[in-house]
Design a protein around this ligand. Structure first.
Ligand code: F6R
Length: 364
């Protein structure tokens, strides 16, 4: 049941810290801070290419993971929407591997994409939350997310569990490929192991997100912006707001603003940016400043190091714990999901069962 929570989504949001922690414990040795993993049907040290496929929020996980596999593991990687991948017929050289990310393990488009990549000579791995699911049965290997049953149609804890699995794999592959040393691996796993505690503090401090939801609930359109691995989290924020509150929202790479979307900006359009300190901070901040100069209402999620610069032009700055940029997408996913939840509650929509949506999409 829902216990003392109003909705399954609220309960499942509060399970983020436990689920992330449980997932990390499967991979990270707390003593050595090294990442181990179950046997896989390929050798990551010599893998020429990795395909990632998913739908909806699971595709957003794939897009985030692509940044990690490329930048940390130096592994050529593609992230595709399963419904496109299944018909795109990309040229393939045998010997690569493909990972299919899905909470339900029953998503029709992912199953079809799986068949295509198997035919193209790729090893097939599924990352699923439901054991004995069809995707798991049709894979060479399965990695479980152990998020527990997710009842709310909108994915929350399964999303951060999927990100946690992919982050661990990226570090494990990076070591296997000689892209990072043991010291760097320990530094990054330490950052991962601190996420559950930070997540718990965010969930305890929901008053600020609820106040922000009051600001957003009357908007007709909302833009979400991010750069690098924060760009997919902008997509997640927009997807969750759309599906739960029925407010039109779009996620963009911050650098794309001036190529079109900036034409939408006026003082009625909240611009929510995911802008933690790190190598891309200055670039994102300058895109935001351009939007502010055109009357945009800037709402920034950042950390203590980024807050001062953003306060000069943002109408609201939400300060999150400062973490390594590697784990920032996992942490930032939580407040954007919370925001969508609170806006939906204020609007009185059916939070756990948004209109027109199904938990498992088993038809094309
Ligand atoms: C978004 C959401 C959907 C699912 C998508 C994939 O909150 O819940 O976008 O992520 O339908 O479902 P699975 O993960 O079961 O393949």
């Amino acid at each position: 049941g829902k216990g003392n929570y109003r909705h399954f989504m609220e309960k499942e949001l509060h399970e983020h810290p436990a689920v992330i922690g449980d997932t990390l414990r499967q991979y990270v040795d707390p003593a050595t801070r090294a990442v181990s993993r179950p046997a896989l049907p390929f050798d990551p040290a010599t893998l020429p290419r990795l395909w990632l496929s998913g739908c909806g929020s699971a595709f957003i996980v794939c897009q985030t993971a692509r940044y990690w596999f490329e930048t940390i593991a130096r592994l050529p990687c593609d992230a595709d929407v399963a419904s496109e991948l299944r018909y795109r017929d990309p040229p393939m050289t045998g010997g690569g591997a493909a990972m299919f990310v899905s909470q339900s393990g029953e998503t029709a488009d992912n199953l079809a994409a799986m068949k295509l990549l198997r035919t193209g000579g790729q090893s097939i791995v599924s990352v699923v939350n439901v054991p004995e699911s069809t995707m798991s049965r049709e894979s060479d290997a399965t990695l479980m997310t152990v998020a527990g049953p997710e009842i709310s149609v909108a994915s929350t804890k399964a999303f951060t569990a999927q990100l946690s699995v992919m982050a661990c794999l990226a570090l494990n592959f990076a070591r296997a490929r000689g892209a990072i040393d043991a010291e760097e691996e320990a530094r990054l796993t330490t950052a991962l192991l601190e996420v559950p505690e930070h997540a718990a503090r965010l969930l305890d401090a929901s008053a600020e997100i609820e106040a922000l939801a009051e600001d957003i609930k009357g908007a007709r359109d909302v833009l979400y912006l991010g750069r690098g691995s924060m760009f997919p989290i902008a997509l997640e924020g927009a997807l969750k707001l759309k599906e739960l509150s029925y407010i039109h929202a779009e996620g963009y790479a911050a650098g794309e603003m001036k190529h079109g979307p900036i034409a939408l900006i006026d003082d009625s359009v909240p611009v929510i940016s995911l802008c933690p300190s790190g190598p891309l901070f200055e670039k994102t901040a300058s895109n935001l400043q351009e939007a502010a100069a055109r009357g945009g209402r800037i709402i920034a999620f950042t950390d203590e190091d980024g807050a001062q610069a953003l306060r000069r032009f943002a109408s609201r700055v939400v300060v999150l714990p400062k973490v390594d940029p590697f784990v920032a997408p996992i942490l930032h996913a939580i407040p954007v999901q919370m925001l969508a939840y609170h806006v939906a509650v204020l609007k009185g929509t059916d939070v756990d069962q948004p209109r027109n949506l199904a938990k498992a999409v088993t038809v094309e």
